[in-house]
Design a protein around this ligand. Sequence first.
Ligand SMILES: [Zn+2]
Ligand SMILES: [Zn+2]
Ligand SMILES: [Zn+2]
Length: 351
Amino acid sequence: MVRTDFRHPDGRRAYLYGSFLEAPQGYRPAPRAAGLYERRWNPLRREWVLVAAARQNRTFMPDQVDCPLCPSAPSHSSEIPAARFDLAVFENRFPAMRPSLAGAEGGEGVAEVVVYTDQHDVSFSSLPLDRLHRLVDVWSDRYSELGSRRDVQYVFIFENSGEEVGVTLHHPHGQIYGYPFIPPVAELELHASRLHRRQGKGCLQCELVADECEAKARMLFVRGGIAAYVPAYARYPFEVHVAPIDHRGALPDLMLGERPSFAEALQAVVRGYDGLFGRTMPYMMAMHQRPTDGRPHPEAHIHVEFYPLLRDAGKLKFLAAGECGAGTFVNDSLPEDRAQTLRRAMSRVEP
Ligand SMILES: [Zn+2]
Ligand SMILES: [Zn+2]
Ligand SMILES: [Zn+2]
């Protein structure tokens, strides 16, 4: 897919993937928000906290005419340097990490926004399949490019969807954080997989997917080398993991035949979610893959984790003291039952 690179006047990079129509005359994107950025160490948890004080003022639920992710019009310069586009990526005006100034070196990680379409009123679940396939290619390109940066040790691709998750823009989009360290959740999983390998048992994720394929009880989708299932150890009711069945460390390792199925599995899950309670399901989507810290990491196996927030119609799953203060989830439902319910919802909406 063709990629066209841009630089905003404040140094932020933007990329258009596929075809596009040039921005109207006088295009002038808003500059990066100024503010304090600090990385602070929490010695009790031995983990980083990112202080990004400029983010308080970020755009909150704008009307469609002011949407920063819509194409630019003569009367409105959005974040996108085009009057029409397929997919776009740009550096966030309100990044979570200290950006490099005017494109110079010296940044500490990177925060990008991935815009799935120039249509404001669609959603991940209604995107056409060829667009989804291209989204996987865009993610893969971002993984490779950001991962090659010296200040990026982990490329975290994710999506927050729904106001309950704190989404401040309705236009369909996801995000990418290029962290200057391996974040703790990823590190925890990699550590478990390393132990598994050290015991001579091979890749942990390979084994987990194989187990779920064999058990079948929690399986939702198996096609083209990709599996989606409610894991036996789901923390959220309706939590779903999506992974290649064969060992693949990161997006660029996916075989040509696996890429479309990967995209289709993600959409099938989201459509199933939306079919559960007759309303759009608020969810978080997190992609875990091989770190980009220069080490080989044979223990990493790419997978996507969905954390949907509704546990029942009109009932939100809150992270409360047990989850936040003790780190122990209570799942008040049987993952096997939830898988069955979700499977039914998915078959209702599958084309
Ligand atoms: Zn929009
Ligand atoms: Zn594996
Ligand atoms: Zn994971």
